[in-house]
Design a protein around this ligand. Structure first.
Ligand code: ADE
Ligand code: ZN
Length: 324
């Protein structure tokens, strides 16, 4: 591991907290909650982490998180992620959670959000890590379900900074969530959406024009559309790129084919993130390492990526100044 990457102060802007659930914790929570899993042990579960595309990952991701039942489970998962983040010199993190994946199973919204929030507060106190929480809508579900989720979130608004959009991208365009995003905006939430991971560049354009997002999660499909790239560079619209995720979900064939350098050199505000680190082979340092090794990125390029993360974050100007 490169000492430069280890000591670099990092900001993470694209992390699904349920994607940080390591097999050891999946089994521990299954035991605690009396749940029988389809896998004999941790190694057997880990061996199933071979993905053909986004959907083949999502199937295992939703199955894995079914062990989460109580507020304490959500606390333990979030605490474990934050401990790792702290050990990797991540100073600030903006975290997605998928409430519908839990409320659909009968877990109360309040247990989910309270467990996560309590761990975020403790990490701020113990380790000085700042954070924001982003409620993410599942795009394979109807818009009505997203709107109902916004309603359930109302008593917890003070703990929630933004809303996002994730899950199966193809066939679930941004346009489907216009009303939910308009409502979230009226309620004062900041807005982001996954777009251009497996979906076309048009989904990136639509997330910006129809949903009015201020950041794009993934967005690597912009590489197929030079005019869009120029617009994203001009506006400094941040892309929260996830290199190891793109490799594992076969968005790119190899790290040496990853568009990160091309996007960076074109002046886009591209950032490095881990997405679902328990499933994709690494946390923040591993993602920086993958760029260093696969694309021979220099320390000065890695530093620019880290600075872009600070720029793209929802920290105040004063807090940003402390990180740069
Ligand atoms: N949910 C968790 N990880 C995701 C990803 N990479 N894309 C879409 N939805 C997700
Ligand atoms: Zn994601």
């Amino acid at each position: 591991m490169s000492a430069f990457i280890e000591q670099l102060p990092k900001v993470e802007l694209h992390l699904h907290i349920e994607g940080s659930l390591e097999p050891e914790l999946v089994f521990a929570l299954a035991r605690r909650n009396g749940i029988t899993l389809d896998y004999a042990n941790e190694d057997a579960l880990r061996a199933a982490y071979e993905f053909d595309d986004l959907q083949s990952f999502l199937n295992i991701y939703y199955a894995g998180m079914s062990v989460l039942q109580t507020e304490q489970d959500f606390f333990d998962m979030t605490h474990a992620y934050l401990r790792r983040a702290h050990n990797e010199n991540v100073r600030h993190t903006e975290i997605f959670f998928d409430p519908q994946a839990h409320t659909e199973r009968g877990v109360p919204f309040s247990a989910v959000v309270t467990g996560i929030h309590r761990a975020l507060e403790q990490a701020r106190y113990d380790w000085g890590i700042s954070s924001r929480l982003i409620l993410s809508f599942l795009r394979h579900l109807p818009e009505e379900s997203a709107i109902e989720t916004l309603r359930q979130a109302e008593p917890f608004h003070a703990w929630l900074t933004g809303v996002g959009l994730d899950s199966s991208e193809t066939g679930n365009p941004p346009d489907k969530f216009r009303r939910a995003y308009a409502l979230a905006r009226e309620q004062g939430y900041r807005l982001v959406a996954h777009a251009g991971e497996e979906g076309p560049p048009q989904y990136i354009r639509d997330a910006i024009a129809l949903l009015r997002v201020e950041r794009i999660d993934h967005g690597v499909a912009a590489i197929q559309d030079p005019a869009l790239m120029a617009e994203l560079a001009e506006s400094r619209m941040p892309l929260t790129v996830c290199p190891l995720s793109n490799l594992k979900l076969r968005v790119v064939n190899s790290m040496s084919d990853h568009p990160m350098r091309t996007l960076l050199q074109a002046g886009l505000c591209v950032t490095v993130n881990s997405d679902d680190p328990a499933y994709f082979g690494g946390y923040m340092n591993a993602n920086y390492m993958a760029l260093q090794q696969g694309l021979a990125m220099t320390d000065s390029e890695l530093l620019q990526l880290a600075a872009n993360g600070v720029e793209a974050s929802w920290l105040s100007p004063e807090e940003k100044a402390l990180l740069l």
